[in-house]
Design a binder for this molecule. Structure first.
Ligand code: A2P
Length: 270
C-alpha cells in the first residue's frame, strides 16, 4: 500500500487504490473510506457521478492523515464535453470533496454514458484544455482520462500540451485491452485498472480458483496480483474491512507459466 508507481511528471501514486464505485454516499461511503484508510490505503478513487464525493472527502478530512500522504482521484462526468462545463464541474467537485486539491483528475469517459460509442473527440479536446489549466493552477496535481481507447488517445494527443498522466480502464484476468495498454506504455501513460475482480464475477471462476490454490491465496488476491504484475494499478472495491486487508496483501509472485495461463483465459465474467 505504500509502494508507488511514478507518473510521467514525477509524482508518485500508491500502487493499489481503493475504488469507491457503487458505494452510496452517506454512512456507507464514509465508513468504507474510513475503513480503507484505517487498513492502510492511501489512494482513494472516486468520481462526480459516483455521488459519494461528500462522504469520501469528509472521511479523508476526518482521518487526520497528512494530506500529502494521500492520493485522491476524482473524475469529470462523461457528459461534460466543453471547456466552460469542465471548469464549472471541477469547482462543484472541489466543493463536494471540500479538499484544497486533488491528486488526479480524469475525464470519466470519451463518450457520454447516454450515448456510448458516439464521436466526441472535439469535445474531449475542449474538456482537456480545461483539465490542463486546472493542472497548471495546481487544482489537480496530475490529469488523465478513463475508458479511452487508442483512437481516443491519438485524437487527444493531436492538440494536448500535457500528455495524460493516466488512463483508467476496465481490466481484469480475461479482459486486458492489450492495444490500449501498449499504446499507453509507448506514451508513458500509467494504466489503472478498475473492476480487477470483474465486479465480483470472476470470484468463482474454476480456472482462476485452481491457480490461486497453488499459491495458497484467495482468488481476489491472485487477480489483484495479476494486474500489478502486468504493471497496472489495481483499484479493487469492497465495503468489507477484512477484504480490504486481504486485497492489499498481495506481496507474492505469480510464475511466468501461470501468468501465461491467466493471459489466455477468456469468458471470465460468465
Ligand atoms: P463486497 O463489497 O461485498 O466485499 P471489483 O473490485 O472488480 O469492482 O469487485 C468488487 C466486488 O467484489 C464487490 O462485489 C465486492 O463485494 C467483491 N469483493 C471485493 N474484494 C473481495 C474479496 N477479497 N473476496 C470476495 N469478494 C470481494
Amino acid at each position: 500500500l505504500t509502494d508507488t508507481f511514478t507518473l510521467h511528471n514525477g509524482n508518485t501514486i500508491p500502487k493499489i487504490g481503493f475504488g469507491t464505485w457503487q458505494i452510496p454516499d452517506g454512512a456507507e461511503a464514509y465508513d468504507a473510506t474510513a475503513a480503507a484508510l484505517n487498513a492502510g490505503y492511501r489512494h482513494i478513487d472516486t468520481a462526480r457521478v459516483y455521488g459519494n464525493e461528500p462522504s469520501v472527502g469528509r472521511a479523508v478530512r476526518d482521518s487526520g492523515i497528512a494530506r500529502d500522504e494521500l492520493f485522491i482521484t476524482t473524475k469529470l462526468p462523461a457528459e461534460v464535453k466543453d471547456y466552460d462545463g469542465a471548469r464549472a464541474s471541477f469547482d462543484v467537485t472541489m466543493a463536494a470533496l471540500d479538499l484544497d486539491y486533488v491528486d488526479l483528475y480524469l475525464i470519466h469517459a470519451p463518450w457520454p454514458w447516454s450515448d456510448m460509442g458516439s464521436d466526441h473527440r472535439e469535445g474531449n479536446k475542449q474538456a482537456w484544455r480545461a483539465l490542463e489549466e486546472i493542472f497548471g493552477a495546481g487544482g489537480s496535481r496530475a490529469i488523465g482520462v478513463s475508458n479511452f481507447q487508442v483512437d481516443d488517445l491519438q485524437s487527444l494527443l493531436t492538440s494536448a500540451t500535457v500528455t495524460p498522466h493516466a488512463n483508467q480502464i476496465r481490466y481484469f484476468v480475461g479482459y486486458t485491452q492489450n492495444d490500449v495498454v501498449e499504446f499507453c506504455a509507448e506514451h508513458n501513460i500509467l494504466v489503472e485498472g478498475y473492476s480487477p475482480l470483474a465486479t465480483g464475477a470472476i470470484l468463482d471462476n474454476e480456472d482462476v480458483t485452481a491457480i490461486a490454490a497453488k499459491y495458497d491465496r484467495s482468488v481476489a488476491q491472485l487477480c489483484i496480483r495479476y494486474v500489478l504484475q502486468n504493471g497496472i494499478l489495481p483499484l479493487p472495491k469492497t465495503t468489507n474491512a477484512s477484504r480490504m486487508t486481504e486485497n492489499a496483501d498481495v506481496d507474492f509472485e505469480i510464475a511466468d507459466d501461470d501468468m501465461a495461463t491467466l493471459d489466455a483465459l477468456t469468458d471470465t465474467e460468465s
